[in-house]
Design a protein around this ligand. Structure first.
Ligand code: 13P
Ligand code: SF4
Length: 365
């Protein structure tokens, strides 16, 4: 069914402007000397096995600019007892050569509860690092660039959620994990793109408020009988795709497979052969091995899957996430050398937010 309504900040009576809260920036502490990052025959030899993983997507001429950082980061991870959690949108050299755990938002949240390390370096965006901190408060969580935000996370505040509750008393609120800790602290449960329908249906209610992604809300509403009241947020990357653009690929090759992320607008989803989270999209390609596939999501994901499956031809209607792209090898190295930028969440907010995230994580699939 269509969504039951859609609201934005202008539809609520705010007492104060609380939008666009900046993420916290931790200061340097316990700094180590910066390791040398020169390309040498020794570095070439020691990183050759890693280059093998990415040679189909990273030209040989670029590898000497990356390999010294890869080696230094991997060495420092041991010294710091650190693990790198990387989202599927990270660039191939990060995803394949320095990450310990890769995945979609749900997989990364689940792994954050299990990692046996003192330090988590989150290669992704700020809400992902906050989620790790919420779930593992005793660990030091670092993000290589705390300006790595998200248009969805910045579109809604905790106050917005409180006002929505006043407008729709008794209606449970589901927050997409692409939200700040403040928002997570105010809602009943979180969800990701891989479990949004399941989370909404788990509440045994006829209506839910779903923040902040209007397109994911529309996708959920199309898959369930529960009435969905949506928020006016959107992903600045996925909202740029259009159904007409996809029709052009289909016209050029009727056998092409099109797979899309549910943050895309409905006309895009309507053109897709499959819709799912980033991990579900990757699994779909692994399982189906299409000859040619259009991956309707952030660009780097096609590169990462291409590195694993060189026989599949990826058509790339490329939209970059500028926030994900703030994370680079030099910044990851700086993070480990200087132990920055530390992600901190107010313990009272973290305790409330943890309930919503853990309720999702513990949902039986
Ligand atoms: P996934 O949970 O599907 O990885 O999505 C996260 C995200 O930010 C997509 O834009
Ligand atoms: Fe946020 Fe969109 Fe970037 Fe994902 S791709 S982090 S939803 S802006």
């Amino acid at each position: 069914m269509p969504i039951a309504g859609i609201y934005g900040p202008e539809d609520l009576s705010h007492t104060a402007m609380t939008r666009a809260k900046q993420p916290s920036r931790g200061g340097p502490s316990r700094a180590l000397p910066m390791p040398p990052v020169a390309w040498t025959p020794e570095i070439e030899r020691e990183t050759a096995h890693l280059y093998e993983r990415v040679k189909t997507v990273i030209p040989p001429v670029e590898w000497p600019t990356m390999a010294p950082y890869v080696k230094a980061i991997n060495d420092l991870k041991q010294e710091r007892n650190a693990v790198i959690l990387a989202h599927n949108y990270q660039t191939p050299e990060i995803f394949n050569c320095v990450a310990d755990i890769v995945g979609d938002s749900l997989q990364l949240a689940r792994e954050a509860t299990k990692v046996d390390a003192d330090v988590i370096v989150q290669c992704g965006v700020h809400f992902m690092a906050e989620t790790s901190k919420i779930l593992s408060p005793e660990k030091t969580v670092l993000i290589p660039d705390s300006r790595a935000g998200c248009s969805l996370a910045s579109s809604v505040t905790g106050e917005d959620v409180r006002l929505l509750r006043e407008k729709f008393p008794g209606v449970p609120v589901v927050a997409y994990v692409n939200t700040s800790a403040d928002v997570k602290a105010e809602v009943d449960i979180c969800c990701t793109s891989s479990n949004a329908v399941q989370v909404v249906e788990s509440l045994n209610t006829d209506t839910v408020i779903f923040v902040p992604d209007q397109y994911l809300a529309k996708y959920v509403a199309s898959q369930t009988d529960v009435k969905v009241i949506a928020w006016k947020g959107a992903c600045e990357v996925h909202e740029r795709f259009t159904g007409d653009e996809l029709k052009m690929y289909r016209d050029a090759d009727p056998s092409v497979q099109i797979i899309a992320h549910p943050e895309c607008p409905p006309d895009v989803i309507a053109e897709a052969d499959f819709t799912g989270s980033t991990a579900h999209m990757i699994n779909w390609v692994r399982d189906n091995r299409p000859k040619r596939v259009v991956m309707v999501t952030e660009c780097s994901m096609a590169d990462n899957v291409q590195a694993e499956l060189p026989e599949v031809e990826f058509v790339r209607p490329c939209n970059l996430c500028p926030h994900m792209k703030r994370i680079t090898l030099p910044k990851i190295l700086d993070s480990l050398v200087n132990m920055r930028e530390e992600v901190l969440v107010d313990p009272l907010i973290a305790a409330k937010a943890r309930r919503s995230v853990e309720r999702m994580v513990h949902l039986k699939s």
